[in-house]
Design a protein around this ligand. Structure first.
Ligand SMILES: NC(=O)c1ccc[n+]([C@@H]2O[C@H](COP(=O)([O-])OP(=O)(O)OC[C@H]3O[C@@H](n4cnc5c(N)ncnc54)[C@H](O)[C@@H]3O)[C@@H](O)[C@H]2O)c1
Length: 366
């Protein structure tokens, strides 16, 4: 198969769909890989790295799309890319179709095979191609939170680890899923006192088993949240209700109970946030302040660490890319039920029913 790796052209996206290690594996399996010149630069991978791994570098994005059977990328195609996508071409990337009817219509018209990273699903319901980005965001949440606790950026002026003779900072983590556990681990590693809340007792038991004793678990309810926001310096929002808006666990009136300079990092911002006052921000302007509480609500946190994010993402996508290249999409999806869940639009037909529901289309459209 001929596999193409275009440069991401969405604003502020520095990740790339494949590393030189991925190229090496594909070439070893007798596939051809075309990489657009400069595609990996934002992530620290240069043309010569790809060439050494066996790729051919092409000058333009148009050439990559025109010459490839399968496109492997990161972000959903943006309007400039719509017309580049070929009939029958496999496009393997994040799509998030339910959030864009225009993209959905364009991909239907392209008659391509759209396999979405975010809907590839394991038998236990987990989403293996989303997990690494949650891991990155969870770890980063503490790094960012620690920074914004500093006084010059309007934080409380607390050093998370404390020093001998001074208590460490306190971190409240809402949600003990992927984001929450990674955040708790980083905060604990810095020496902070950590409280982690969830409604899922299995998750709390797991955290209790694996974390050091300065990570305390509690059941998530309004009473406990109201109690803890008064004493914690940094609050991490890592809650997810699958397919729904995140619940507002911290309401606007609660901000007044927090100390001035408390920092909220609402990682769940991409699902509407678990804080009533959350609104999406960017890496250029990541924070805003309401009632003296610093809000950090960047919707694409992994974008700030493209090297780590690219490698983490491609570690989990590559086995699927290899399967698709070796077997073709039909056989690969017949054999691998997790991958089959990634099929969203096939040759003009929407095959993922949540997309039809999201736009209130009649099922006949599919
Ligand atoms: N901002 C970013 O850049 C970025 C990056 C990656 C992930 N995310 C988002 O972070 C969020 C968390 O992702 P995840 O992978 O950790 O999800 P996850 O499913 O692994 O964990 C979510 C946890 O929230 C818990 N939960 C549900 N209701 C709760 C409540 N009322 N109180 C406390 N906990 C509750 C669940 O039991 C679960 O353990 C998602 O919205 C995800 O999209 C954002």
């Amino acid at each position: 198969m001929i596999v193409g790796v275009p440069k991401e052209i969405k604003n502020n996206e520095s990740r790339v769909g494949m590393t030189p290690a991925g190229v090496f594996e594909l070439v070893k399996n007798n596939h051809t890989v075309y990489v657009q010149s400069g595609a990996g630069e934002g992530s620290g991978f240069f043309n010569q790295d790809y060439q050494r791994a066996g790729a051919t570098i092409l000058d333009t994005i148009g050439q990559v799309y025109a010459m490839s059977d399968m496109i492997v990328k990161v972000k959903e195609p943006i309007p400039q890319e719509y017309s580049l996508i070929q009939k029958g071409q496999i496009v393997f990337t994040y799509f998030h179709f339910a959030s864009s009817e225009a993209l959905t219509q364009a991909m239907i018209q392209s008659k391509s095979i759209c396999i979405a990273y975010e809907t590839v699903e394991d038998s236990d319901g987990s989403l293996p191609l989303l997990t690494p980005m949650s891991e990155v965001a969870g770890r980063m949440a503490i790094q960012q939170g620690a920074k914004y606790l500093e006084k010059p950026v309007k934080g409380k002026g607390v050093l998370l680890g404390g020093v001998p003779g001074v208590s460490p900072g306190r971190v409240l983590v809402l949600g003990a899923g992927t984001v929450g556990i990674q955040a708790a681990k980083m905060a604990a590693g810095l020496g902070a006192q950590v409280t982690i809340l969830d409604v899922n007792m299995k998750k709390l038991r797991y955290v209790n088993d694996i974390m050091p004793s300065h990570v305390i678990t509690e059941f998530s309810n309004e009473f406990n949240i109201r109690k803890h926001i008064k004493t914690h310096d940094l609050i991490i929002g890592g809650v997810l209700l699958k397919g729904a808006k995140a619940p507002n666990l911290i309401t606007r009136d609660m901000l007044k109970d927090m100390h001035p300079g408390t920092v909220i990092v609402d990682v769940a911002v991409d699902q509407g946030g678990c804080v009533e006052t959350t609104k999406p921000t960017t890496h250029e302007n990541p924070t805003y302040i309401i009632d003296d509480v610093v809000h950090y609500c960047v919707a694409n946190m992994p974008g700030a660490v493209p090297y780590t994010s690219t490698v983490a993402l491609t570690n989990v996508t590559l086995p699927y890319v290899l399967k698709l290249a070796n077997m073709g999409w039909r056989s690969a999806c017949n054999l691998d039920k997790s991958l089959a869940k990634g099929l969203n639009i096939v040759e003009g037909e929407v095959v993922y029913k949540e997309i039809i529901e999201a736009f209130h289309w009649e099922p006949a459209v599919a």
